[in-house]
Write a protein that binds this ligand. Structure first.
Ligand code: XIL
Length: 404
């Protein structure tokens, strides 16, 4: 299935237009009409030969965004130093490889509003200008989170703040941030990691302070308030509930599914679920498939409902692993295979109209948050110095085989 905003994003248009197109023709007939459009196929440039370029920023390199444009957007989390200079290899690489972008840290509450009333939008403004210049679909991460969120939200003269005060502060934060980028930031991770690993809601200041504020018997209140505030601030933005482990922790996925279903039935404006997808070489693809597909039923409540992959990486270590190992031929092969299986699944989900965006958490192995000073990691498709990895070619070949 062709996603209408993909064709916009490649053409250097602004996300304003992308949003319009995105919400316009979503019927099957419209999609078919677009696919049948002869001019588009005639003007398409031939795909570059694999192996012609050594580095992912080169002009004759393949592009992940281009290869997957019929299926989903391909994106990355970036940092301001990476897009400071158009002449840098990093800038060129981001522009070449990705058509949707998010800031890795600079749009989190501690960066945006470190002290009450003192907003800092400098980096976000630069990010939006950069993203619009290269025609990328822009994402905002994140408005409500237990981590990287300053304590002032939750205290009042040293005491626990009331539910009303916490909700007021949350509302101000969301309204100020989302409305500033109205029509320009296409998708917001409205709340992040609100579900517990053992089922139920995660224990957090948000949950503790707001609780069951409306007395209806559930404690979704802070989540609901966040979504209503974001919708009011930008009615056209896509609003996502984002979490980790949903792809592998079925218990957590079940909790999330039920909570999201109930909130959506009550009219809470949730447009999609973000699967962070910080996985590892040991991840079971069948569990991932089952857990992602479970969310398809939410399309019965809202036909535009989507799932998204929001923070993809594939560590060579399990979460609790402390050893250090070589990324040797065996592990490279293992990674290549799992990336293929994963992208096969993503294509399948996109063809079912369920998935339209896949975002990596970082741009290359060398830039990943999973590196530790004494232990390098290799979680991405693009390696150090922006060299192509076998995993990269594997998924590109897959995309090409699906298009024939
Ligand atoms: C991480 C960043 O990558 C790090 O640089 C930072 O130190 C901590 O946060 N889930 C999320 C992301 O939603 O915001 C986190 O990002 C990674 C896990």
């Amino acid at each position: 299935m062709i996603i209408s905003f993909v064709s916009c994003s490649g053409g250097g248009e602004s996300p304003d237009n992308a949003t319009d197109t995105d919400t316009a023709d979503t019927t099957e007939a419209a999609t078919e009409a677009q696919t049948a459009e002869p001019l588009e196929t005639e003007t398409e440039a031939p795909l570059p030969e694999l192996g012609a370029a050594e580095f992912a920023y080169e002009d004759n390199a393949p592009s992940l965004a281009e290869e997957f444009k019929d299926f989903f957007l391909v994106g990355a989390a970036v940092n301001p130093d990476q897009f400071a200079s158009p002449k840098s290899d990093t800038y060129k690489m981001i522009k070449k490889q990705f058509n949707t972008l998010v800031l890795e840290n600079a749009s989190k509450p501690d960066a945006v509003q470190p002290r009450e009333g003192s907003f800092n939008f400098d980096v976000m403004d630069r990010f939006v200008r950069f993203g619009e210049k290269i025609g990328a679909v822009l994402r905002g991460h994140t408005l409500v989170w237990h981590s990287q969120c300053p304590d002032w939200f939750f205290f009042d003269k040293g005491e626990a703040a009331s539910a009303e005060l916490v909700l007021l502060r949350m509302n101000t934060h969301i309204t100020t941030t989302v409305s500033r980028y109205k029509g320009r930031i296409h998708t917001w991770d409205v709340v992040n990691e609100v579900f517990g690993d053992g089922g139920g809601l995660r224990d957090s200041y948000w949950l503790e302070r707001v609780g069951d504020h409306d007395g209806d018997g559930d404690k979704y209140d802070f989540i609901e308030a966040a979504f209503y505030a974001a919708r009011a601030a930008d009615p056209d933005a896509r609003l996502i509930i984002n979490d980790y482990g949903l792809e592998t922790n079925t218990n957590k996925a079940n909790t999330a599914y039920r909570a999201i279903r109930d909130m959506m039935k009550d009219g809470v404006p949730i447009d999609g679920v973000g699967f962070q997808m910080h996985i590892s070489l040991g991840t079971n693809i069948n569990t991932v498939r089952q857990n992602m597909k479970m969310f398809a039923k939410l399309k019965d409540i809202n036909p535009d409902f989507k799932i998204e992959v929001t923070e993809l990486d594939m560590s060579i270590y399990e979460w609790n692993e402390n050893s250090t190992k070589e990324f040797d031929a065996t592990l490279q092969k293992k990674q290549k295979r799992l990336y293929r299986e994963l992208f096969e699944l993503f294509i399948e989900l996109s063809e079912e109209g369920l998935l339209d965006s896949v975002v990596f958490w970082g741009i290359s192995d060398g830039n990943s948050w999973l590196n530790k000073s004494d232990r390098p990691n290799y979680p991405m498709l693009i390696g150090r110095e922006f060299r192509f990895k076998d995993s990269y070619f594997e998924v590109v070949e897959l995309a090409r085989s699906k298009k024939q």
